[in-house]
Design a protein around this ligand. Structure first.
Ligand SMILES: Cc1ncc(COP(=O)(O)O)c(C=O)c1O
Length: 460
């Protein structure tokens, strides 16, 4: 008898234990937690994949006593490294529902309800960016997958317009501040990179882009099919000159992609909305709700102005998919699989949708603004401390600053000390060749007291 698929007394006990664990995880303050070597985890957890199984109770014990403490909670208010996360309670709870629902949100034929809801969330984002009514897209696993898919669509559009590949191959134009995933995407699809010098903050500007394209000469310029701008750039939280870049892309018929994986959430915040002027002219953009839109991992919204180009390149043809691919049929209304490189997919946009439906978009606006306010307070706090120096006024929610007199080893020791003491999880960064302290905020529950606790450790 297959015990794994029967709802037994043991399953009932495990259900209660798992729900209690998840409830406790989101109801009470959680430790920041840390890391451990593989060797130590092996020693403490023992063999976990065995012919007879450990039983759910024991497997859950291993998770909660050994593995979870070796895994940092990025939603902790003092998690300020990289780009943290901060899912809402409703989003986390609904992620459990998504997991329990066995929904394959690849095609309308068997995922209509889920896809309709995901599309409502995508529509909210498209409206925030000022995209037209027939814009559309799909939730993919993360910004890396979003950037890759957008570039594949962009290249397909250029190939069909130009009748093939230019003799000098394909290239994209980016500033150095663009996210590392864009260079990886270019490698994956065998595309070269034209480096555009950014402004004093490393931002891509229309003027810089135009002069680089002029300087490389007509042959190389003809191989450029897309430009990726950042809104905002992960390292310094800066937003590129989107309107200027849009002008150049329009004049030269280049696909304009905006990477808003980290910063796109700011579209919903009136205090910074002006920085995004020009995004409404992009051909595609991404936002990671698992960053600053309060959804659990993994979730990236990829939106195309005209989704038909992506549809042309990503749609999968197979005998067993014939029904799915009937364009005129009601059951093919919108097949998310057709808009990125994937087929089967988790309905990963649903936690965002449920959270938006639960709290409303005003609550989102306020939560994002709260993070921006904290960022400004942090910059002020840095400014008044003698031992610290603010590198630039923050544009979004990243604060870059230096500790006067510190070298690389001091920054390294600092973050380790903070994690060890469970004060915070922070990371230094390198910006324009210099090692600096960097704090990134996305969590509305992070307060200036959390920040002061971090800054206080940099005094001596
Ligand atoms: C601007 C930007 N683009 C792309 C990515 C990659 O996103 P993901 O980690 O979701 O693949 C990140 C991640 O931090 C990012 O900040």
């Amino acid at each position: 008898m297959d015990e794994m698929h029967r709802y037994t007394d043991e399953t009932e006990a495990l259900s209660r234990a798992i729900v209690a664990y998840a409830r406790n995880r989101i109801a009470s303050p959680q430790p920041l937690d840390g890391s451990a070597s593989g060797e130590e985890l092996t020693r403490r957890a023992g063999e976990t994949v065995t012919p007879d199984g450990l039983g759910g109770e024991e497997a859950l014990r291993v998770w909660s006593e050994v593995l979870a403490p070796a895994t940092i909670s990025t939603d902790h208010p003092s998690s300020m490294a990289f780009v943290p996360g901060a899912p809402t309670k409703a989003a986390v709870l609904f992620d459990l529902v998504v997991g329990a629902s066995s929904t394959i949100a690849a095609g309308w034929i068997d995922g209509a309800g889920a896809i309709w809801a995901e599309n409502q969330a995508l529509r909210w984002l498209a409206d925030l960016a000022g995209f037209p009514d027939d814009a559309g897209g799909v939730f993919v696993s993360g910004g890396s997958a979003g950037n890759l898919s957008a570039l594949v669509a962009a290249r397909a559009g250029a190939a069909s317009r130009l009748g093939g590949r230019p003799p000098t191959g394909w290239k994209i134009a980016v500033a150095d501040s663009v996210h590392s995933s864009v260079a990886t995407a270019a490698r994956v699809i065998d595309v070269g990179i034209v480096d555009v010098t950014g402004d004093e903050r490393g931002r891509l500007t229309g003027a810089g882009l135009a002069s680089t394209l002029d300087a490389i000469g007509p042959d190389e310029a003809a191989s450029v099919f897309a430009v990726v701008a950042s809104a905002g750039a992960t390292n310094a939280g800066t937003v590129d000159d989107l309107a200027g870049v849009a002008d150049v892309c329009e004049a030269r018929r280049l696909w304009f992609h905006v990477d808003g994986a980290y910063g796109g959430a700011g579209l919903a915040a009136p205090s910074v909305r002006e920085r995004y002027r020009g995004i409404e002219r992009a051909d595609s953009f991404i936002v990671d709700p698992h960053k600053w839109l309060f959804a659990p991992y993994d979730c990236c919204a990829l939106v195309y102005r005209d989704p038909s180009t992506a549809h042309g390149v990503f749609r999968q043809e197979a005998g067993y998919l014939d029904t799915v691919n009937k364009p005129e049929a009601a059951w093919s209304e919108w097949n998310p699989a057709d808009y990125a490189y994937h087929l089967s997919r988790r309905a990963r946009g649903l936690p965002l949708w449920f959270s938006l439906a639960t709290y409303g978009t005003d609550a989102y606006r306020e939560a994002i603004e709260r993070v921006l306010t904290l960022t400004r307070e942090t910059a002020e706090e840095v400014r008044v401390r003698d031992e610290l120096e603010l590198v630039m006024d923050p544009e979004l929610s990243v604060v870059l600053f230096r500790r006067l007199g510190w070298g690389d080893a001091d920054y390294e020791a600092w973050w380790r000390r903070l994690l060890e003491a469970q004060i915070a999880f922070v990371q230094p960064t390198t910006w324009q060749g210099e090692k600096l302290a960097r704090l990134c905020f996305v969590n509305p529950r992070t307060t200036i007291d959390h920040v002061r606790a971090v800054l206080g450790t940099m005094v001596s």
